[in-house]
Design a protein around this ligand. Structure first.
Ligand SMILES: NC(=O)c1ccc[n+]([C@@H]2O[C@H](COP(=O)([O-])OP(=O)(O)OC[C@H]3O[C@@H](n4cnc5c(N)ncnc54)[C@H](OP(=O)(O)O)[C@@H]3O)[C@@H](O)[C@H]2O)c1
Length: 300
């Protein structure tokens, strides 16, 4: 009997995952972290789950820290059952890389990566053993034929302090820059997952989940309307992934015994482990990201 904390439970993959967790016979206690949680919380309660709403804008590190403190109190006071899994699902793709989070960091990097590094750093001692941390990755970190065809750029890694810096006001925003920022944030999650495992108690495993391409979710909601309509159209192609298909798989990776062996940032594509490309395994970058993350979080 356990509790599961999930970020970004309100829309897309996070919402379906939350409801899949709520519908499980074992009924984990649910700690929902995000904005405007009332709707999904009510849906999960209707399925019989015990739900705690922890409001937080992940683009504000002070709110992330407060959310972690609330979650810690709930667990330590015995109000909820031991924290068996943390799912870092929330994500965003800012159309304008000049936009900054409340703490002055490029918004996509701040929400996808920094917020989760803060949350997990604050909760690591509270997670039960055996326990799981599941982070959301994306194969966009590297190029392939289809992504090239659709002009989805791969990561262009730089020092994390530079990646965290919003683009200069003089720079023209565009889908290319926005896509690179997203892919960089997702490559950061792979590097972070590998390094995080080296810093955790042995009973906690770190996994990176790739839900498959789910065009038409609200991930690109700040993109021009024409681009969003194009993506919604692609979302109707038979065979592409959807939150409805991938949400239960994410819930399974967080809880099911068949995934208990996963650790070291194992990369799970929907329902099977895949090998991340060599660029995603780089000890020097992983250690530098860990150190830079500490600096970025400490200075805000
Ligand atoms: N869609 C894909 O093809 C795809 C592929 C690979 C990986 N992924 C990853 O899967 C995850 C879920 O994506 P999705 O497609 O389901 O996206 P989505 O429908 O846009 O859902 C994103 C979730 O993140 C939350 N979120 C975003 N910014 C936030 C903030 N500042 N504070 C609090 N919550 C925030 C949203 O909450 P609000 O409602 O409050 O905005 C929402 O609940 C992301 O990490 C994404 O990168 C997606």
């Amino acid at each position: 009997m356990t509790s599961v904390l999930i970020t970004g439970p309100t829309k897309g993959l996070g919402r379906v995952t939350t409801l899949a967790l709520a519908a499980r016979p074992a009924k984990p206690d649910l700690l929902l972290v995000g904005r405007d949680l009332g709707g999904v919380a009510a849906e999960a309660r209707a399925l019989g789950a015990t739900v705690h709403e922890i409001g937080a804008d992940l683009a504000r590190l002070a709110e992330v820290r407060a959310a972690a403190a609330t979650a810690r109190k709930l667990v330590e006071s015995g109000t909820v059952r031991p924290l068996g899994a943390v799912i870092g699902n929330a994500g965003a793709m800012s159309a304008d890389t000049r936009r900054a989070s409340a703490d002055g960091y490029e918004l996509t990097f701040a929400v996808n990566y920094l917020a989760h590094a803060q949350l997990i750093g604050d909760l690591a001692a509270t997670i039960a053993e055996p326990g799981r941390i599941v982070l959301l990755g994306s194969n966009t970190y590297r190029q392939n034929f289809w992504r090239k065809l659709l002009s989805v750029p791969e990561a262009r890694w730089r020092d994390p302090v530079e990646i965290a810096r919003p683009a200069a006001e003089s720079e023209k925003p565009g889908m290319e820059a926005s896509g690179v920022a997203y892919s960089n944030a997702k490559l950061a999650i792979l590097y972070y997952a590998h390094e995080l495992q080296r810093h955790l108690r042995p009973g906690i495993g770190v996994t990176v989940f790739e839900p498959g391409w789910m065009p038409g979710t609200s991930l690109g909601r700040s993109a021009p309307e024409a681009a969003q309509a194009f993506m919604r159209g692609l979302g109707r192609i038979p065979g592409v992934s959807t939150p409805e298909k991938s949400g239960p798989l994410l819930a399974s990776v967080a809880l099911d015994a068949k995934w208990a062996h996963l650790r070291d940032g194992a990369f799970v594509l929907k329902d099977h482990v895949i090998q991340a490309a060599p660029v995603a395994h780089d000890r020097e970058r992983e250690q530098r990201l860990w150190a830079a993350t500490g600096e970025l979080l400490a200075s805000s």
